[in-house]
Design a protein around this ligand. Structure first.
Ligand code: UDP
Length: 346
């Protein structure tokens, strides 16, 4: 396999050559973070089994194709690279699939996270950033939901992530040299503004991507899962965050840990919610395509409403979102879907 060339812009800012080991760096969110790390002068090694990621998406640093279940390879790779920090993305991401196949999720998202933590301890890694999710809250009593709300996941995807958060908390409690940041993602969408990378799943299930691909004629219709929720228009409400802003939250979290600050958990979202119907209408406006839409029964495992309380990340990580607008999120995603379609043809 040929490794992708280093096409990063090494500005030398921020990163000062620190070494970051990224699991899942060939995936959707991971590849945007790897690109931003390169732009900020970090050295990066991506460890990814390419089960859902793509080698062409790794725009900076080294790619090692390996599985988190392979502790020996993971250890050899990490021991050679000697990272200053680890960012852990590699995981499965579909709520509905996790309901159908829970053990798949506990194996990859929990047991493999445990492998990673053991290897991190062997390699004396002192800083880790974890991709968590709003799904740990289940059906929150209040929205926007704050980080100290009770964790009561309603699907195996959220439960597997909540368990890994517990591992991290317990480890940090006994290991004074180990600190972590857990970032609880809300609904991530859109793409690199320069159109180099974006969502490239073989079987996408996320709303904005499904709607755009329906507008491109790749699916016969968009199904709206549930119109009888207790929300103003009866469809689920989510807080959609641009992948560039989510990526910059990871760099802010790294800086936080490198400045010696304490472990923490942060919601990543804008504090604003949109219903499925509002998203579908905006996709129709942006694309100019009146694509077929059908209403379907509720999807297993979907909470009615998830909106991020984001005061903590704004305050403690000095995170400053730049793309906080649904229409431009969808415009960016639409631009990418057209590029990706051409890419797949060639
Ligand atoms: N959704 C939908 N049709 C689709 C995909 C998703 O109605 O084809 C709904 C889904 O039921 C949920 C919302 O859109 O209420 C967001 O789902 P998505 O899969 O994008 O993200 P999740 O919130 O599950 O992480």
């Amino acid at each position: 396999m040929t490794l992708p060339q280093d096409r990063s812009i090494l500005s030398g800012a921020g990163g000062s050559g620190k070494r970051i080991f990224v699991t899942g760096g060939a995936g959707y969110i991971g590849s945007h973070v790897v690109r931003q790390l390169g732009e900020q002068g970090y050295q990066v090694l991506t460890y990814d089994n390419l089960s859902t990621g793509n080698d062409w998406a790794v725009l900076h640093g080294e790619l090692v194709v390996g599985d988190l279940a392979d502790s020996e390879k993971l250890w050899r790779t990490m021991a050679r690279f000697r990272p200053d920090a680890v960012i852990h993305f590699a995981a499965f991401i579909e709520v509905a699939e996790s309901v159908r196949n829970p053990l798949k999720y506990f194996r990859n998202n929990t047991a493999n996270a445990l492998n990673l933590l053991e290897v991190c301890r062997k390699c004396a890694v002192g800083a880790l950033i974890f991709s968590s999710t709003a799904a740990v809250y289940g059906i929150p009593e209040r929205n926007p939901v704050q980080e100290d709300a009770p964790l009561s996941p309603i699907n195996p995807y959220g439960a597997a992530k909540a368990m890994t958060e517990r591992f991290l908390a317990d480890l940090a409690f006994v290991e004074p040299d180990f600190r972590y940041v857990s970032l609880r993602y809300f609904n991530v969408a859109s793409a690199d503004p320069q159109g180099r990378i974006g969502q490239a799943y073989r079987n996408p299930t996320h709303l904005i991507t499904r709607a755009l691909k329906t507008a491109l004629g790749q699916f016969p219709r968009l199904e709206i899962f549930g119109t009888d929720y207790d929300t103003p228009d009866g469809t689920c409400i989510r807080d959609y965050i641009h992948v560039e802003d989510l990526a910059s939250a990871h760099l802010a979290a790294l800086e936080h840990l490198f400045h010696g600050r304490s472990s923490g958990i942060f919601n990543c979202g804008y504090g604003k919610g949109y219903s499925v119907k509002e998203v579908v209408e905006t996709v129709a406006e942006v694309t100019g395509v009146d694509f077929p839409v059908a209403t379907s029964p509720r999807r297993e495992g979907d909470p009615p409403m998830l909106i991020a309380g984001n005061e903590k990340i704004l305050r403690e990580l000095s995170w400053r979102p730049r793309y906080d607008e649904l229409r431009s999120i969808i415009e960016g995603a639409w631009n990418w879907e057209k590029i990706y379609l051409e890419k797949m043809k060639s």
